[in-house]
Design a binder for this molecule. Structure first.
Ligand SMILES: NC(=O)c1ccc[n+]([C@@H]2O[C@H](COP(=O)([O-])OP(=O)(O)OC[C@H]3O[C@@H](n4cnc5c(N)ncnc54)[C@H](O)[C@@H]3O)[C@@H](O)[C@H]2O)c1
Length: 328
C-alpha cells in the first residue's frame, strides 16, 4: 500500500511513518516543517515541503498517485496558544484540513485517518473514562477546530464516500523503543519531556500548572498513550474503514496525575525532579481518561506500553541520546 502522511515530520506522524514502513508499506510525507523536523523523516521516504494552507500545492501532491489512504497529522496543537489566539487556531486548522479533504475528494482518495483529540471533551468536569458517545463540548478553540474538522469529514463521507477514522488521542508520549525517533517539540509544552529535562538538569524547575484540582493529589490527571501504540491504532484504523467511517478514543484507560508523572521520571531516571507550583492554565480540564473499548473490540488493538514507567523509559532513552533533539 502507498500512504500519504501530512505532518510526517512531527512527533506522532514520524512514529507512524516508521510503523507503516515496518509493516511493508510505501510512505510519502507532506510537511511544511513549521514544527516538524526534516531529519525525523527516514532517508528514502519521498518528502514534499508544502503548506496545506496552499490548496493548489496540496492538490498537486495529493494528485500524484492513487494513494491507498491519507493520514492527516499536520495541525497547530497547543491548547494554551489557542486560548490566546483563537481565530488563528480555528482558521488554520480548519482551512488546512478543508484543503486536504477537498483535494482528497477531487483526487478520488477513498480513505483518510485524522488526528483528533481528547480536547473535544474538554468542557465539563468528568472523572470517569470517556467513551466516544460522550457529549462533545470542546473547552478550547484547539478542541473546537478538531470538532469542526470531524464535521467536515462526516459530510465528505456522507456525500463523497470518503471513509474516515477520527482518532481522538489522549496524551501522546514516549519514543520509538529502538531509538529511531522521539519527541522534539519547540517549544516543548508536554509534561513528560519537560519533566525528563528537569531531571537531567537541562532546564530550570518544572512548573506544575494547578495544584488545586479536584483530583487525588490536586494535580491534573491525564491518560498517557505510547506513540507506538498510537501508530499501531492508525494502521488498524486504515483496515477498519473499508466499509464505514469510525471515531475512536485512544488511551490506556488509566489516568496518572502530574505528580505521579514526576514520581515516575524520578523512579526511572534515578534523579530528583525540581518543580514549583504554578497557577492553572486556561482550558486545562482536571481529568481526561479514555475509554478505548470500541477501538479494542473492533480492531483488536491492545496497547503494548500500558505502564507509565515504560512510556517514560523510552522517552528518557531518546532524550538522553539526543540532548539537542533533531539536528534539522
Ligand atoms: N501530541 C499529542 O499529545 C496529541 C494529542 C492529541 C492530538 N494530537 C494531534 O496529533 C497531531 C500530531 O501532533 P504532534 O504532537 O505530532 O505535533 P507536531 O507539531 O510534532 O507535528 C505536526 C506536524 O505538522 C506539520 N504542520 C503543521 N502545520 C502544517 C501545515 N499547515 N502544512 C503542512 N504541515 C504542517 C508540522 O511541521 C509538524 O511536522 C496534531 O494534529 C495534534 O493536534 C496530538
Amino acid at each position: 500500500m502507498h500512504y500519504l502522511v501530512t505532518g510526517g515530520a512531527g512527533f506522532v506522524g514520524s512514529h507512524t511513518v516508521l510503523a507503516l514502513l515496518d509493516a511493508g508499506h510505501d510512505v510519502t510525507v507532506l510537511d511544511n516543517l513549521s514544527t516538524g523536523h526534516r531529519s525525523a523523516v527516514p532517508a528514502g521516504v519521498p518528502f514534499y515541503q508544502v503548506d496545506l494552507a496552499d490548496y493548489n500545492a496540496t492538490k498537486a501532491v495529493v494528485g500524484q498517485k492513487r494513494w491507498d489512504g491519507v493520514l492527516h497529522f499536520a495541525a497547530l496543537s497547543l491548547v494554551g496558544d489557542s486560548m490566546r489566539e483563537p481565530m488563528v487556531y480555528l482558521r488554520q486548522n480548519y482551512i488546512t484540513a478543508l484543503n486536504l479533504i477537498q483535494a482528497c475528494i477531487a483526487c478520488e482518495v477513498k480513505k483518510i485517518v485524522f488526528s483528533s483529540t481528547a480536547a473535544l471533551f474538554g468542557g465539563p468536569e468528568r472523572s470517569e473514562p470517556i467513551p466516544e458517545n460522550a457529549l462533545v463540548e470542546p473547552g478550547s478553540p484547539y478542541g473546537e477546530s478538531k470538532l469542526m474538522i470531524e464535521r467536515v469529514l462526516y459530510w465528505a463521507d456522507a456525500i463523497h464516500g470518503l471513509r474516515n477514522a477520527c482518532l481522538r488521542y489522549f496524551n501522546a508520549a514516549g519514543a520509538d523503543p529502538v531509538g529511531r525517533a522521539g519527541e522534539d517539540h519547540r517549544p516543548e509544552t508536554h509534561l513528560i519531556p519537560l519533566t525528563i529535562d528537569a531531571a537531567l538538569g537541562r532546564r530550570s524547575a518544572l512548573k506544575l500548572f494547578g495544584t488545586d484540582y479536584p483530583t487525588r493529589d490536586g494535580s491534573c490527571v491525564r491518560d498517557y498513550i505510547h506513540v507506538n501504540d498510537l501508530a499501531d491504532a492508525h494502521i488498524r484504523a486504515l483496515d477498519q474503514i473499508e466499509e464505514r467511517s469510525v471515531a475512536y478514543n485512544i488511551g490506556n484507560g488509566q489516568g496518572y496525575s502530574n505528580l505521579e508523572v514526576i514520581q515516575s521520571v524520578e523512579r526511572v531516571s534515578g534523579k530528583k525532579v525540581p518543580w514549583v507550583p504554578a497557577s492553572r492554565r486556561e482550558g486545562d480540564p482536571a481529568v481526561l481518561v479514555a475509554d478505548s473499548s470500541t477501538l479494542r473490540r473492533e480492531t483488536g488493538w491492545m496497547p503494548r506500553f500500558g505502564e507509565l514507567d515504560q512510556i517514560v523509559e523510552t522517552a528518557l532513552r531518546w532524550r538522553e541520546a539526543h540532548p539537542y533533539g533533531y539536528s534539522s
